[in-house]
Design a protein around this ligand. Structure first.
Ligand code: SF4
Ligand code: SF4
Length: 186
């Protein structure tokens, strides 16, 4: 009989896939949390998140903002005495949270990630005019005008393409992305 992997085993296999050390080897020294520039804004420090993963507290981990607030500075990764790639763990948790469609309400990160991937699926390339306009209307009028002005001057200077760029063999690319991230193509 096939048994369902535990939360910590699922995360372990995501880390194994990128050749990162297992979080099971963590000694809870706290160096990662002490090195993290954004730890004070996190619901749980990196050290605590690792303890929670090892304790199988999946719902609590996914309901926290820790991995969405990670700035990917890698300070924790280079200082961890057990060689655990904590920054990569934060990426793994982001992917896992999107796959499971389970994340804290009101965070910009998950919505932005989904919008970004859907934009990429359209043409194979990032296209700022569409991505930016998804968010511009959530700003105030002054910010909207300021952003629109900046975008127009970047476009006039050729820094933002007027037409959406499109890659060759787009279908192959879409299939590949959908295998990694199960999102719709709209
Ligand atoms: S620095 Fe490494 S060993 Fe120490 S608590 Fe963080 S992950 Fe665990
Ligand atoms: S990589 Fe993320 S978790 Fe690690 S120190 Fe930087 S911000 Fe904190």
């Amino acid at each position: 009989m096939v048994t369902k992997p535990s939360f910590s085993e699922e995360i372990a296999s995501l880390l194994h896939a990128v050749h990162a050390n297992s979080v099971k080897t963590c000694i809870q020294c706290g160096t990662c949390s002490g090195s993290c520039p954004v730890a004070r804004f996190m619901d749980y420090t990196p050290r605590k998140v690792i303890a929670m993963i090892n304790a199988g507290l999946k719902d609590l981990v996914l309901a926290g903002n820790t991995f969405w607030y990670c700035a990917s500075c890698y300070s924790c990764t280079v200082r961890c005495p057990r060689g655990i790639d904590i920054a990569e763990l934060m990426y793994a948790l982001k992917r896992y949270s999107i796959w499971k469609n389970q994340y804290k309400e009101g965070l910009v990160g998950p919505v932005f990630s989904e919008t970004f991937v859907k934009t990429i699926l359209k043409s194979g390339r990032s296209y700022e005019p569409v991505l930016a306009t998804s968010y511009l209307f959530t700003f105030g009028v002054q910010e909207f005008l300021q952003e629109a002005q900046t975008a127009t001057s970047l476009m006039l200077k050729g820094r933002i393409p007027v037409l959406r760029p499109r890659i060759k063999r787009l279908e192959n690319f879409r299939r590949m992305v959908r295998r990694i991230i199960p999102l719709g193509g709209d």
